[in-house]
Design a protein. Structure first.
Length: 82
């Protein structure tokens, strides 16, 4: 059952979220595209995500958060110099 307080909190969140901020916090690539772009083995990337307990609700079509993308690329990509 939804209380009035819960309904108000949901309505408030929907009307106050900054779409641009949410958009900027996620990678422009899904996991499959990220692996193709940076020459990372998909299996290695998927296993890394599972090891880190990251949610992948859409499997390899999930867009990671920017901080997750950075961590994955630091661990698995030879193309990047940080």
């Amino acid at each position: 059952m939804v209380t009035g307080e819960m309904a108000f909190a949901l309505a408030e969140a929907v009307h106050t979220l900054d779409v641009g901020e949410i958009y900027d916090s996620y990678s422009s690539f899904d996991l499959l595209g990220l692996c193709n772009e940076y020459s990372v083995e998909l299996k290695d990337a998927f296993d890394f995500c599972i090891k880190e307990n990251w949610n992948l609700p859409f499997g390899v079509k999930t867009h990671l958060r920017v901080d997750q993308e950075d961590k994955l690329l630091r661990a698995l990509s030879d193309d990047l110099i940080y």
